[in-house]
Write a protein that binds this ligand. Sequence first.
Ligand code: SAH
Length: 220
Amino acid sequence: MFSRKTEAGRFADRRARMVARQLRRRNILDEEVLAAMGEIPREHFLPRGQRAMAYQDRALPLTGGQTMSQPYMVAAMTEALELSPGQRVLEVGTGSGYQTAILTRLADEVFTIERLPGMAAAARALLRDAECDNVRMRVGDGTLGWPEKAPFDAILVTAAAPAAPPTLEKQLHPDGGRMVIPVGSRRIQQLVRIRRTPAGTTTERLMECAFVPLMGAEGW
Ligand code: SAH
């Protein structure tokens, strides 16, 4: 019992340090985002052998060549979504489920789509263990979105697209919906925020990034 407690305590200390050094110091300002990142145990979403690396300042390998994004990137993408209570968010690319768990703390309802069935099953179990109840998951091609649940206040794509999928843009709330998505080549991308308004859409460049490819009908 004693050793388990110290292990959890050690992770909690590292998590607090990660929030201070990797997020606050790099200008993540949204207190709600910082609180969620300080609360969700990142180690829980990693394979057992990799948990010791959970709070390193880097992306981490998952199965099948996929990756769990760097903590800073998770925080920056979440902040860029500008979520407020009562909102509904769609995530494309569940992966480990870590980013999904962060979203459940900031939105009312989270919908998440993963194309790899094994990855989705693992994430589903981990999210249940972490008591993330306001999430619904589907296995399939997320470039086509979740039409029955649209429109979404926010859409987060956590894999790299050649261009923003038009079908996802159409599922944004027409008055102020935001989509955050890495767009570019297979090797390197720009993280952009697309905002939909009745007058049309605007695109802002946020930062350079490198994600695994978004596969599918409106992906690679
Ligand atoms: N946010 C995740 C990132 C996982 S990597 C995390 O931090 O763990 C990107 C994920 O997107 C992979 O699991 C990959 O299988 C998935 N993916 C790629 N194309 C997809 C698509 N068209 N629909 C749904 N998921 C997709």
